[in-house]
Write a protein that binds this ligand. Structure first.
Ligand code: ADP
Ligand code: ADP
Length: 223
């Protein structure tokens, strides 16, 4: 049962110009229910491009994307937006939390936008914060949190609407090695507990080795 399938995904930038760069050249990937896959590639190889395509933020030049068996090209814009907002959770290298809101509010807001009632959204946010070990930081704003704590809040926000698929782009790349190691451990535990599928880009091979499978993005294909 594949949560995400990519087949023959190609993508070039600046098409037809002298600066044309062909980033993906027929990338294939099958992510099963509950599977955590590491995406390893050197900088500039196209990790972000691949994650954006997988998360329906960008479209490939050719190839097929299936989410839970449904071919994305055949979906209405409305349905595609719904999948992107609630079906997929994103985590970036930088937390991108809203600076004027507390940790709790940052996790509550996407739930309200998705139609969850305030009380239920707060209860869920509180439970997520305690699962990543920072319940006592609920009312702090991002600037009052350490880098590792900020990323933990970003993980909670990504999971706020209970997505089936998590896409993470160097989720601990901004942290010092020791903090990165701990925070990464928290992320993998959280993903395993939740049972969701995840594609996590990292260039840290030790971190990649903790996942179920490692895919390398090389010369535009996944091996
Ligand atoms: P990674 O995440 O692996 O560092 P990216 O997917 O960000 O790689 O980029 C892959 C290649 O595509 C790089 O050479 C980058 O310069 C180029 N690229 C990315 N986005 C664009 C864009 N919007 N326009 C032109 N070139 C781009
Ligand atoms: P909306 O229709 O609500 O404006 P968006 O399409 O802007 O939704 O965003 C949906 C999700 O994708 C949000 O979590 C947003 O942060 C993220 N997102 C949107 N555009 C990009 C992008 N270019 N790169 C990375 N993340 C993005």
């Amino acid at each position: 049962n594949a949560v995400l399938e990519l087949e023959g995904i190609s993508k070039a930038y600046n098409k037809g110009k002298i600066s044309e760069v062909s980033v993906l050249k027929g990338a294939d990937l099958k992510l099963s229910e509950g599977e955590i896959v590491a995406l390893v590639a050197p900088s500039g190889a196209g990790k972000s491009t691949l994650l954006h395509i997988a998360g329906l933020l960008d479209t490939p030049d050719s190839g097929v994307i299936r989410i839970a068996g449904e071919e994305v090209a055949h979906l209405s814009d409305r349905r595609r937006t719904a999948i992107r907002r609630a079906g997929v959770g994103f985590i970036y290298q930088f937390h991108h939390l809203l600076p004027e809101f507390s940790a709790l509010e940052n996790i509550v807001l996407p739930q309200l936008a998705n139609g969850t009632a305030q009380a239920a959204a707060e209860a869920h946010a509180t439970s997520l914060l305690s699962r990543v070990g920072i319940a006592e930081r609920a009312h702090h704003r991002p600037a009052e949190l350490s880098g590792g704590e900020q990323q933990r809040v970003a993980f909670c926000r990504a999971l706020a609407n209970q997505p089936r698929l998590l896409l993470a782009d160097e989720p601990t790349g901004n942290l010092d090695p020791e903090t990165s190691d701990q925070v990464f451990g928290t992320l993998v535990e959280l993903v395993r507990e939740t049972g969701l599928s995840a594609l996590i880009a990292t260039h840290n091979l030790d971190l990649a080795a903790r996942m179920d499978r490692v895919m390398h993005l090389e010369h535009g294909v996944l091996v």
